[in-house]
Write a protein that binds this ligand. Structure first.
Ligand code: PLP
Length: 413
């Protein structure tokens, strides 16, 4: 079954009061009842159109969650106050004391720290494996394993997980496959490929304006019901509720996600090809020499490209830092963590977003000090942006005569 997710979102109609074209923003933490019996019933199960308390559900958050469920082809969804809240609530709902998680080793540093430092305090332990190696995943399974966790396109190394294979392994061993799809919304549909739960940092591409922090969990209706259960649900009891004003603005931005993803991908592919021509070591899943290029081509939905993230390996931390400072001065973008913004953002993950990962592990996974991660923006004139980067590289002495002569730049699509 192939879905047209942007069309599904477009066809999802939620009106505001008085027929507003956007849903009304719920400006209430609590809701009135005419009948105490209905209130008691709501503590036991959901009643369509009836709300109790905003930490549990509120209409604006429900509208955003339903739209995200359409985007991920999931039965249901829940929104949270951050991507980390989505990840931690999901894992705490799935795991009891003594349980184990198998995780890809190249994941966002915050998630790595959650698994490696925080969850062990509650008796939940993780094994980090090369998620690209199915044999390593199978070898790590023990009778206590409950979850396989990975990122569809990993942060920052842009490894592309083989979700159908991981799903088969998970099913054979009665495990839950949780996939963080933050880097590839619309591009990859993990649930259609066999994942059980998809988590997102909405902070990134889905919101797209770097003005808020938010998260989402897309899964079966049964799992979302578990999360909001008043007696035992992780989102209900830990309480990372998304503010409804933010939910309303994220929902508006979601409607332009398909256009933004296409442009991020076009711009990133152009820069990746040009920078490779200059002779730099570039990682971009859309380049034919990316180790999982063929897999990504097979797994991705048509129309949205290979995403807006690329990495440049400058060989040393000093060169990485110098390039970033020069690029910021040249107005290529901002030296900042995060991604999915309309302006290009760059950071050196080894000393920032992945710094929670111990140095030895960074080395083992191939995360070098000289890596610059770029979230390519929505630049109208990407040739001009490349020209600026090229000048920065020239000033650094990184463009050799030979490379200058052989330079045949791709024409931007
Ligand atoms: C892949 C990935 N997942 C989750 C997160 C955490 O999201 P948030 O910052 O919204 O809590 C991040 C943040 O950078 C991320 O890159």
């Amino acid at each position: 079954m192939t879905h047209d997710h942007p069309q599904d979102i477009q066809d999802y109609l939620v009106f505001g009061e008085y027929g507003g074209v956007n849903p009304s923003v719920t400006d209430s933490s609590t809701f009135t009842f005419l009948d105490p019996a209905t209130m008691s019933e709501l503590f036991e199960h959901e009643i369509e159109g009836c709300f109790l308390y905003s930490r549990h559900w509120n209409p604006t958050n429900k509208a955003l969650a339903d739209a995200l469920a359409l985007m991920e082809s999931s039965e249901a969804a829940q929104v949270t106050a951050s991507g980390m809240a989505a990840i931690s609530c999901t894992l705490l709902q799935l795991c009891q004391q003594g349980d184990e998680i198998i995780s890809g080793r190249t994941i966002y540093g915050g998630t790595h720290a959650l698994l490696n430092h925080f969850l062990p305090r509650f008796g939940v332990y993780s094994t980090f494996v090369d998620i690209l190696d199915p044999a390593a995943v199978i070898k790590a399974i023990t009778p206590r394993t409950r979850v396989i966790f990975c990122e569809s396109v990993s942060n920052p190394l842009l490894e592309v997980a083989d979700i159908p294979t991981l799903s088969r392994i998970a099913r054979q061993h009665n495990l839950t496959l949780v996939v963080d799809n933050t880097f590839s919304p619309l591009i990859i549909s993990p649930i259609e490929l066999g994942a059980d739960v998809v988590v997102h940092s909405l902070t990134k591409y889905i919101n797209g304006t770097s003005d808020t922090v938010a998260g989402a969990i897309c899964a079966s209706k049964a799992f979302i019901d578990q999360l909001v259960d008043v007696h035992s649900g992780a989102t209900m009891l830990l309480g990372p509720v998304l503010d409804s004003f933010r939910a309303a603005s994220i929902l508006k931005n979601l409607h332009s996600l398909h256009i933004r993803m296409k442009q991020h991908s076009l711009n990133a592919r152009y820069l990746a090809e040009c920078l490779q021509t200059v002779g730099l070591t570039i990682h971009y899943p859309g380049l034919p020499d990316h180790p999982q290029h063929e897999r990504m081509t097979r797994l991705m939905n048509p129309d949205f490209g290979y995403g807006g993230m690329l990495t440049i390996n400058m060989g040393s931390k000093e060169k990485a830092d110098e390039l970033m400072v020069r690029m910021q001065d040249a107005k290529v973008g901002y030296l900042a963590v995060s991604l999915g913004f309309f302006k290009t953002l760059f950071s050196a993950p080894g000393s920032s977003t992945s710094s929670e990962i111990p140095a030895a592990e960074q080395e083992a996974m191939g995360l070098s000090d000289g890596l610059v991660r770029m979230s390519v923006g929505l630049d109208h004139n990407i040739e001009c942006s490349f020209g600026r980067i090229y000048r920065c590289l020239q000033e650094m002495g990184e463009v050799t005569e030979r490379e200058k002569r052989s330079l045949e730049l791709p024409v931007a699509a």
